[in-house]
Structure formats: structure tokens, C-alpha cells
Ligand binder design. Structure first.
Ligand SMILES: *[C@@H]1O[C@H](CO)[C@@H](O)[C@H](O)[C@H]1NC(C)=O
Ligand SMILES: *[C@@H]1O[C@H](CO)[C@@H](O)[C@H](O)[C@H]1NC(C)=O
Ligand SMILES: *[C@@H]1O[C@H](CO)[C@@H](O)[C@H](O)[C@H]1NC(C)=O
Ligand SMILES: *[C@@H]1O[C@H](CO)[C@@H](O)[C@H](O)[C@H]1NC(C)=O
Ligand SMILES: *[C@@H]1O[C@H](CO)[C@@H](O)[C@H](O)[C@H]1NC(C)=O
Length: 343
């Protein structure tokens, strides 16, 4: 039975976690000014946590109200991972979703839960769409190529890092960042971790929370034919449910490997340089497309104010909106590095 009595308290516990933050773009209501009624609700996980949604909200409100002078409105960030966000689009609880799983997004479009952008899928030739996501969308064959399709709107890429203890893996598995791709590194970590003569010194920390980072990590294991979370008890696969920065700090203190994202790593640099010195970046999205993850935008079919939602899509895709993404960094004045978390 799907909803046994035992499950009910868990459902109730999760239900109130809805609104995370509301942004007015600096346009506070004037005493004699118009009431602010319109709210654009954006569902997302990681980019909300790092503050990118806030920046985009600010830029969009400023742009569309011409510096707060006309039709003020608010933007609300509703926290949720990709699965939760698509469910909220379906139930009309958010107007826009920013999500990280192309297959799930395409399914949402097919099922009329949401719409993306009208895009032409480029193909090298009729038989082969340019990438796997396109192929999932249209299969092979000419029908799909070079025609317009409703497709998730691509707005930025998230960057991941494979980090771990600086002393590297025991022989003969040493990671060679210049030669190894991330798959061979995962393979080496796996065999070193499974090797009994290493006495459980090689461990991997998994966020295990369906976050974009966790999904990316899972894909990397599956790619080498391993599913460490499917084993009832693994000595080396450490499932640690926590916020990104807590998870990274735990991995460093425990000398475990993990996948983190670039903005979390730079937050660590700003907060705790000594901890940062105890870890090494073995691979990053800069050098390995496998460690990049496209963030897509969808407009819900039940969006409250579709014009406003479509306006947001148009603005984020414009030069003005993209500028906010490339220049994004935390408003931490002491920051020794200008962060570019997304591009
Ligand atoms: C949508 O929101 C904008 C901005 O607040 C507002 O000007 C417009 O009237 C709204 N449209 C509808 C149909 O509510
Ligand atoms: C997409 O573009 C085509 C060709 O310009 C047009 O016929 C179609 O109505 C558009 N679809 C949407 C959803 O905008
Ligand atoms: C297991 O680890 C030991 C010591 O690090 C190493 O000598 C041996 O080659 C490893 N075995 C395999 C199968 O990798
Ligand atoms: C990426 O490559 C550049 C140039 O080869 C190098 O300086 C940098 O350290 C590499 N970054 C990562 C994260 O591996
Ligand atoms: C708002 O953004 C658009 C791009 O969508 C840009 O052309 C326009 O100049 C911007 N306007 C203001 C007032 O910033």
C-alpha cells in the first residue's frame, strides 16, 4: 500500500517547507504607492541557496519596473530539488522552475506540465542530433533536426569539483589530474576503496539528497558501472545528508573524497582557508565537460501570470540577464576572489 499509516507523519513534516525567500528588488512599497500584488514564484534548489536567484530577482525587478518607477512586483524563491520543483509546476505552486535534469524536464514538457523555449535543434546530420539530451528528445531521424521545438530553456551551467585528501590514493591507484578524466578517477577511487589492504582509508562522501550535486555524482558512479548506494552497508560510501558547505567541511575533516560545486568551494575559501588547504581539487568543470551541469528554465502551464513568467525567460536570456549570471559573486566585501559560479 502506498500511503500506510506509518508514512503519514513524514509527509506532514515535509509539507510546510515551501517559501524560502521573497525579494522586492529594492522597491519597497511607498505609503502612497500602488499595492504590490504580483509575485513571480521560482522553484529551485542550489542557485537559490548560493544567492543567484536573489541576484536575478533584483536585476529583473529593476529592469522591468524601470528602477522601481512602474508596476512593482515581487519574486519569490521556493526551495526544492528538480523533482520537487517539477511537482510544484504541475500543482501550480510555482510559476517557473530552474532544474537540472534534461530527461525529467522533457517529460514535463511532453505531459504539458510546463513549457520551455522555442528552439531549433541543430543536428550534424539527420541521423544524429548533436548531443544525448537532444537525442532523448527527438530520437534519431530527420523529423526532428533543424525544426523548432518546445525545449527546456538553457540559462547557465553549474560547475562541479572532485575534491579529496591531498595525499592522494594508495598505489597503484594514484589520481593523475593531468591524464585521468573524471571517470577513470572514479574508477580508481572505487577500486582503492574496495581494496581490503587499504584498511578503509579511502572513502567517499555523498550528499544523498537528490540535489544537483548528488545527481551528478550518481551519474558518475553509474557511468563506471557501480551503484554504491544500492549496497545495504558500504564501509566506504558515506551518505551524509547536509547543506553543501557542511558536507564539504565534513568530507575534508574525515579525509574523504566528494563532489562539491564551485560556489560552495569558494565559500569555504572565504570562511576557512586552513580547511581549504587540507583538501585538493582533482578535477573541475573548467577542464572537464562531464563536471558541468546545465541549468534549465521551465514555465509552468499553470503559471499565475504567464506574461510576467515569459518576460523573466526573455530577460534572463538577454545580454542584460546573462551579465548577472557571469558576474555573480556573493556580496561579501572581503572576498579575496571574484567568484564566477555560473556561466
Ligand atoms: C502580470 O504582472 C505584471 C507585473 O506586475 C502586471 O503589470 C500585469 O498586469 C500582470 N498581468 C496579469 C494578467 O495579472
Ligand atoms: C515556435 O516557432 C514556430 C516557427 O516560428 C511557430 O510557428 C510556433 O508557433 C512557435 N511556438 C511557440 C510555442 O512559440
Ligand atoms: C591493493 O592495495 C595494495 C596496497 O595499496 C596494492 O599493493 C595492491 O596492488 C592493490 N590491489 C589491487 C587489486 O589493486
Ligand atoms: C584546468 O586547467 C588549467 C590549465 O591547464 C589549470 O591551470 C587548472 O589548474 C585546471 N583546473 C582544474 C580544476 O583542474
Ligand atoms: C531591460 O532588459 C532588456 C533586455 O531584456 C534590455 O534591452 C533593456 O535595455 C533593459 N532595460 C533597463 C531599463 O535596464
Amino acid at each position: 500500500m502506498l500511503f500506510s499509516k506509518g508514512l503519514l507523519p513524514l509527509v506532514l513534516y515535509l509539507a510546510p517547507l515551501l517559501v524560502a525567500e521573497i525579494y522586492d528588488g529594492g522597491c519597497t512599497k511607498r505609503k502612497d504607492g500602488p499595492q504590490i500584488l504580483d509575485v513571480l514564484r521560482i522553484g529551485n534548489g542550489g542557485a537559490g541557496l548560493t544567492g543567484l536567484i536573489k541576484e536575478l530577482a533584483h536585476g529583473f525587478i529593476q529592469n522591468r519596473t524601470d528602477g522601481c518607477s512602474k508596476n512593482p512586483f515581487k519574486v519569490e524563491w521556493v526551495k526544492g530539488d528538480t523533482t520537487e520543483t517539477i511537482n510544484k509546476l504541475k500543482d501550480g505552486e510555482v510559476d517557473i522552475g530552474i532544474t537540472y535534469n534534461t530527461a525529467a524536464e522533457l517529460l514535463a514538457i511532453q505531459n504539458d506540465i510546463a513549457h520551455g523555449c522555442n528552439q531549433t535543434l541543430a543536428c550534424e546530420n539527420c541521423e544524429h542530433p548533436k548531443n544525448q539530451a537532444d537525442e532523448e528528445f527527438c530520437g534519431t531521424g530527420c523529423a526532428c533536426c533543424n525544426h523548432k521545438h518546445d525545449y527546456p530553456c538553457y540559462i547557465f551551467r553549474d560547475h562541479f569539483y572532485l575534491v579529496g585528501p591531498p595525499e592522494n590514493l594508495p598505489d597503484p591507484h594514484e589520481l593523475k589530474p593531468k591524464e585521468d578524466d573524471v571517470s577513470s578517477m572514479f574508477s580508481k577511487i572505487y577500486y582503492a576503496a574496495e581494496n581490503a589492504s587499504n584498511n578503509d582509508t579511502v572513502r567517499f562522501l555523498s550528499r544523498y539528497d537528490k540535489s544537483a550535486t548528488n545527481i551528478k555524482e550518481s551519474e558518475l558512479w553509474i557511468k563506471i558501472g557501480q551503484v554504491p548506494w544500492a549496497i545495504k552497508y558500504s564501509k566506504w560510501y558515506h551518505q551524509f545528508l547536509a547543506y553543501p558547505l557542511q558536507a564539504l567541511k565534513a568530507a575534508i575533516r574525515l579525509q574523504e573524497f566528494t563532489i562539491t560545486d564551485r560556489s560552495t568551494y569558494f565559500t569555504l575559501i572565504n570562511q576557512d582557508i586552513s580547511l581549504k588547504d587540507q583538501t585538493e581539487v582533482y578535477k573541475g568543470g573548467e577542464n572537464e565537460t562531464e563536471l558541468l551541469l546545465p541549468g534549465h528554465l521551465l514555465v509552468g502551464s499553470k503559471a499565475q501570470n504567464e506574461t510576467l513568467a515569459r518576460d523573466f525567460v526573455e530577460w534572463v536570456s538577454s545580454e542584460d540577464g546573462q551579465r548577472f549570471i557571469t558576474n555573480f559573486h556573493k556580496d561579501d566585501k572581503e572576498a579575496p576572489v571574484k567568484r564566477r559560479n555560473f556561466e
